[in-house]
Ligand binder design. Structure first.
Ligand SMILES: Cc1cc2nc3c(=O)[nH]c(=O)nc-3n(C[C@H](O)[C@H](O)[C@H](O)COP(=O)(O)OP(=O)(O)OC[C@H]3O[C@@H](n4cnc5c(N)ncnc54)[C@H](O)[C@@H]3O)c2cc1C
Length: 551
């Protein structure tokens, strides 16, 4: 999903609410409790100061924090850059380094627990789609084009959208974004975002890396980093006492030999939320669990009732459902398919996953159409205990049909969902994490290792790709200027570019989650509706938000 505007909507809303004493105390009380402001104003964490302490002063603390090899071992193989994690962020970094003439000769390695061969040969029928899909902003797509990865993406499976409809399920307030006012019908409509399966992107990045050849490149697939330690100053080798040395073992434990050991001039943690690299570097994180799950599924849609103009325009829909714990979003995929992301409580997620396909489809259609009390009633309907009888399956459908007759339909709702692809209904816990810094001597963090945010704005992967673009530029600059790529002064530029940007977007998503979790028609609901209505009616504000949303 890609609703970056929400961050700006919030910034506008928060600044008005905080500066105006006449605003409801409920709204004013609410805003400072959120992560956004403390993220900027909190006391500086020790780990954030660490990069600024000189190595000799730091060494006392380092020796107790970083583990050292207890037994003498063979000298490790030395790499310029070692990346742990072969998700979109890690592979993106490797592809970027291989694409730039300045950095393509660096000796690089990537370590990934999963089998990358499976990712390389990932293939689905054209009418089937993975349930892990991300909306890539135009700037993410430009970056992927620049490094040559987009050429390897199966674009038949990706779907651009040009319009968004967002509304509040409690108050009905609505905001719509589309570029058609600004573009002529004869020119290509401007894209809000491009829906892309994560597996399609990972496969494209792997192909891009393979196309760069295998000189100076080692990929340790199906391999886990079992430990990271500082190296040693051995008399017969280089002084690696300030360098990270990784022990790598096959994930399936098949090897009879000891683990491979590699040393990194720069170690990059692209290893997700539980990042071992972040732990090694002793970088702390702030964060919390939302006690919400993101329910995802691949859906089939009916033909739209009214043809879109200009032809081929696709729309993303998001309806906030405060009484059910978060928004439901339907994002377009090719050929009248769509991906669902429904942020809701763990109980609701368990309920949705337990439904038969027919009942699941009925509930999703209800969630975009019914009033909150009707929807809540349907979410509390009994579900089959063991066997699913036809009669039982139809209860949700029958209930929806009956209730729809008595519910006035808002304009601009998504086409009816007609099918759900087997095996695609799944849920993921939603969390917020932000590392206190992204760098440490010879270490940098990117992607989810550095930050995990609420998916309501569809920004997680885009932020990760932004990190990768910035870090690869930083490394390129260092190479061009004869600097050490792992030196803290080199890496400073990267964290300066990314930390505050990511804090702002992650914090704003957090606030939106909280703002849209206040049920009922009280002052908070009134305030957020007012904000939406004002922005929807002031072309200048709306235009500003839309330009920002391009990324
Ligand atoms: C429901 C949901 C919807 C989302 N929708 C969007 C969206 O629309 N747009 C968007 O931009 N983002 C979205 N996101 C966020 C996005 O999916 C993530 O931010 C992104 O996938 C993170 O990529 P990454 O490469 O940083 O981390 P990961 O994909 O977590 O990759 C980390 C890799 O490190 C490997 N690893 C871990 N430990 C080790 C080890 N010890 N040794 C070796 N390898 C290791 C793992 O196997 C893994 O492959 C969504 C998230 C959720 C939950």
């Amino acid at each position: 999903m890609q609703f970056l505007w929400w961050t700006d909507v919030f910034a506008l809303f928060a600044s008005v609410a905080l500066s105006n004493p006449r605003f409801s105390p409920e709204i004013r009380r609410f805003i400072p409790q959120t992560s956004f402001l403390p993220a900027i104003m909190r006391p500086i964490a020790r780990s954030a100061l660490r990069p600024y302490v000189c190595p000799s002063c730091r060494s006392g603390r380092l020796s107790s924090r970083r583990r050292f090899a207890s037994t003498p071992q063979q000298n490790p193989e030395i790499y310029d850059v070692v990346c742990v994690g072969g998700g979109p962020a890690g592979l993106g970094l490797l592809a970027a380094l291989r694409a730039s003439p300045a950095t393509s000769k660096l000796k690089v390695a990537l370590v990934e627990t999963q089998d990358l061969e499976k990712a390389r040969s990932w293939n689905l029928e054209s009418h089937q789609f993975s349930n892990r899909v991300s909306s890539l902003t135009p700037s993410s797509v430009s970056f992927l084009e620049k490094i040559g990865a987009w050429d390897f993406l199966d674009t038949q499976r990706a779907q651009k959208y040009q319009e968004m409809q967002v509304w509040d399920g409690e108050t009905g307030s609505r905001i719509s974004f589309d570029w058609s006012m600004e573009s002529s019908p004869f020119e290509d409509l401007r894209t809000v975002a491009t829906m892309t399966e994560n597996a399609n992107l990972v496969r494209a990045l792997l192909s891009r890396i393979a196309a760069s050849g295998d000189e100076n490149l080692s990929i340790f697939s199906k391999s886990t980093v079992s430990s990271i330690e500082n190296g040693t100053d051995s008399p017969d080798g280089p002084d690696l006492s300030a360098w990270p040395v990784l022990s790598i073992s096959p994930t399936d434990g098949t090897s009879t030999q000891g683990p491979s050991r590699i040393a990194a001039r720069l170690l990059v943690g692209a290893d997700g939320i539980n990042s071992p690299v972040r732990k090694f570097a002793d970088i702390s994180t702030e964060g919390w669990d939302y006690n919400r799950n993101g329910v995802v599924a691949t859906l089939a849609l009916s033909e739209p009732e009214t043809p879109t103009f200009p032809i081929g325009t696709r729309t993303a829909y998001q309806r906030f459902l405060p009484s059910l714990g978060g928004p439901i979003a339907l994002l377009p995929l090719p050929n009248n398919h769509a991906t669902l992301v429904w942020s809701t409580t763990a109980e609701n997620a368990a309920y949705l996953k337990s439904l038969s396909p027919k009942a699941f489809i009925a509930i999703v259609n209800a969630a975009f159409r019914l009033a909150m009390p009707d929807l809540k009633y349907m979410m509390s309907m009994q579900r089959p205990a063991t066997s699913v009888s036809e009669e039982f399956e139809d209860q949700h459908e029958t209930e929806l049909t009956w209730r729809l007759q008595h519910t006035p339909q808002p304009s601009q709702i998504p086409p009816m969902v007609t099918g759900v692809q087997e095996g695609t209904v799944a849920s993921f816990p939603l969390r917020f994490r932000h590392a206190s810094t992204y760098i440490s001597p010879r270490v940098a963090l990117v992607g989810d290792a550095a930050h995990v945010i609420h998916p309501l704005a569809g920004q997680g992967l885009n932020l990760g790709l932004g990190d990768v673009a910035s870090l690869s530029n930083t490394i390129e600059y260092a190479v061009n200027h004869g600097m050490d790529v792992g030196d803290i002064l080199t890496l400073e530029r990267y964290t300066a570019e990314r930390w505050a940007t990511n804090a702002k977007i992650g914090g704003a998503c957090d606030v939106l989650h909280k703002l849209y979790n206040v049920p009922g028609q009280g002052p908070v609901a009134w305030g957020r509706s007012l904000g939406l209505d004002i922005i929807d009616r002031v072309p200048f504000l709306k235009g500003l938000l839309m330009k920002n949303a391009e990324g």
